[in-house]
Design a protein around this ligand. Structure first.
Ligand code: SF4
Length: 453
C-alpha cells in the first residue's frame, strides 16, 4: 500500500476546530502567537509513568504501529493496514486515515472475528470532551473500512490502592461509549467538511469573538492573542474598598489561642508510585506552622520537610499532631485543600483518627473573610493568598523566592529524586522551607490586617 497523502485534520486539530474555527486556523498558520504552556496542567502528566504505555499491558504482546516522528503518521496508517492484513490481533497506536482525516487509537484488539477499540485517558472517569474525541476516532476507523464491535474509554480506577507491585488490571477501568459515539457520527461528518474548508482558507482567519467557548472544554491556547487589545481598551474596575466590620468581628471572635497557622505542600502522580497510594493521590511532604500562643507574643515557627523523595504519611501526620496539640484554633487558607488531606490521613492511620478529628474540628478558614467581607481594589476581585498578600501586606512578597508557588514546590520536591548533587538537594530543600514558611507568615500578617479593622 502506498503512503496516503498527508492528512488535513488530526484528532487534535479537529477538536480545536470544534471548540473554535479560529483556534484551528491559528494553530495551523500562526503557531508562534500561541500562549506559553500552562505548567500546572502539564506538570502532573509529565511526572511518573506514561499512562498510555502502561495500559498496553492490559493487552500484552501487541504490535506497535506508533510513528517514529509525529510527521510519519502516514507510515503508521500503512503499517496498521499491513498488521491487520497479516492477522495480528493486538495493535497499539493503530492509525487510520479517511478523506484527509487522521486518527490513531491507543489499543485495537481482535477477538474472534471482531475488532474492539480502546482509548486511554489519564482521568478518573469518562469526561464529556472524551466523547466527541472518540466519536471522531470511531468515524475515521469505520469509514476507512474497519468495522468495530465496540469502542471503550480506559481510565484510571480511583478506588485502586497500590500495595507491592502495580496491578494494571485493577489500576484501569474500561467503559463502553459506543452508543454515545453512534449518535455523533452525522455531526462528525458535517464538522469534518466544514473544518477542512477552514484549513483550505490559508489567507483568511475566521472571525470569532472571545467568549465562554474560549474556556470550554479546555482553555484555548490563544487566549493571550485574542484578548490582546481588549485588555488595553477596557479599564477593569474592581470597585470600591469594602469592609463588613460586623462579619470580621464575628470571624475574629471565634478564634482561640493558641492560634496555629498551617499550610501543607503536596505532590501527586496519575499512577500511584508507592504502597498505600491511589491514582491522583495528593501526597503531603511538607508543612509549615506559625503558632501565636497569646495576643502580642511573637509567633513561633515549626516546619517539616520529608527526607528523601516520598513522604511517609505516618511521619508527616505524627509530626504535625505533635505541633498542633489538642486545643486552639487551626487556621488554614482555603479549607478545601488541607481538610481533605487530613481526612485521607485519618482513614489511612486509624490509630490517630481521634487526634486528627480533633484538628479538623478546630479548623477555621482564613480565606473566608477575604472572599466575602474584605475587599480592596488592589485584590483585583481575587481572594487567593497570592493576590491578597501583595494587596494588603506589600512588604511581604513571593517574588523574590526561588520557589514562588505550590506547583513549583511540588515539582521541586518530586524532582529531588533525580538530583544527585548534594548542593542542589540542599538548595532545593532550603527554597522549599522558605516558600512554605512564607505562606504561614502571610497568614499571620493577614490576620493582623483583620484585627486592625
Ligand atoms: S481565544 Fe477564543 S476566540 Fe480566540 S481562538 Fe481561542 S477559542 Fe477562539
Amino acid at each position: 500500500m502506498p503512503l496516503p497523502p498527508r492528512h488535513i485534520l488530526s484528532k487534535s486539530t479537529f477538536m480545536y476546530g470544534c471548540q473554535c474555527p479560529k483556534r484551528l486556523w491559528l494553530h495551523k498558520y500562526r503557531p508562534e502567537v500561541r500562549d506559553e504552556m500552562d505548567e500546572e496542567q502539564e506538570a502532573i502528566f509529565q511526572r511518573g509513568t506514561d499512562v498510555g504505555k502502561l495500559a498496553e499491558q492490559l493487552f500484552p504482546g501487541g504490535v506497535d504501529a506508533r510513528p517514529e516522528t509525529p510527521y510519519a503518521y502516514q507510515q503508521s496508517v500503512v503499517d496498521t493496514a499491513r498488521y491487520i492484513a497479516e492477522g495480528r490481533d493486538i495493535i497499539y497506536e493503530a492509525a487510520f486515515q479517511y478523506e484527509g482525516l487522521l486518527c490513531a487509537v491507543d489499543i485495537l484488539v481482535k477477538q474472534g472475528n471482531q475488532w474492539y477499540a480502546y482509548e486511554v485517558k489519564s482521568t478518573g472517569s469518562v469526561k464529556p470532551p472524551h466523547i466527541p474525541d472518540a466519536a471522531f476516532q470511531y468515524y475515521v476507523i469505520t469509514q476507512a473500512g474497519l468495522e468495530l464491535a465496540d469502542f471503550s474509554i480506559v481510565h484510571l480506577n480511583t478506588d485502586y490502592v497500590r500495595f507491592a507491585d502495580l496491578n494494571v488490571q485493577e489500576l484501569f477501568t474500561s467503559e463502553s461509549v459506543l452508543d454515545r459515539l453512534l449518535l455523533m457520527q452525522e455531526f462528525i461528518h458535517e464538522k469534518g467538511l466544514a473544518l477542512k474548508t477552514v484549513v483550505a482558507n490559508k489567507t483568511e482567519m475566521p472571525e470569532v469573538e472571545v467568549g465562554d467557548h474560549c474556556y470550554k472544554p479546555y482553555n484555548c491556547d490563544f487566549l493571550g492573542y485574542c484578548y490582546q487589545g481588549i485588555d488595553d481598551e477596557e479599564e477593569v474596575d474592581f470597585g470600591e474598598p469594602y469592609v463588613n466590620h460586623g462579619a470580621i468581628k464575628a470571624f475574629l471572635s471565634q478564634l482561640e489561642y493558641p492560634i496555629y497557622h498551617i499550610d501543607f505542600e503536596s505532590w501527586r502522580t496519575v499512577v500511584p508510585e508507592y504502597d498505600g497510594h491511589w491514582p491522583f493521590r495528593q501526597v503531603c511532604f511538607q508543612y509549615s506552622v506559625h503558632v501565636e500562643r497569646a495576643p502580642g507574643v511573637e509567633p513561633e515557627h515549626n516546619a517539616y520537610l520529608a527526607e528523601g523523595t516520598h513522604s511517609s504519611s505516618l511521619e508527616f501526620i505524627e509530626s504535625l499532631l505533635g505541633v498542633l496539640g489538642t486545643q486552639g484554633t487551626v487556621l488554614v487558607y482555603n479549607i478545601s485543600f488541607e481538610k481533605p488531606r487530613l481526612t485521607e490521613l485519618m482513614n489511612e492511620h486509624p490509630q490517630h483518627a481521634e487526634a486528627i478529628q480533633n484538628v479538623i474540628d478546630r479548623i477555621v478558614d482564613l480565606m473566608k473573610p477575604f472572599r466575602k467581607d474584605y475587599r480592596t481594589p488592589e485584590m483585583q476581585g481575587k481572594w487567593t493568598i497570592k493576590k491578597v498578600l501583595p494587596a494588603l501586606v506589600p512588604e511581604l512578597s513571593y517574588n523574590e523566592l526561588t520557589i514562588g508557588n505550590g506547583t513549583d514546590a511540588s515539582n521541586a520536591f518530586y524532582h529531588l529524586q533525580h538530583t544527585q548533587n548534594p548542593d542542589d538537594v540542599e538548595r532545593t530543600r532550603a527554597a522549599l522551607l522558605e516558600y512554605c514558611k512564607l505562606d504561614t507568615l502571610a497568614m499571620v500578617k493577614l490576620l493582623e490586617v483583620l484585627r486592625k479593622r
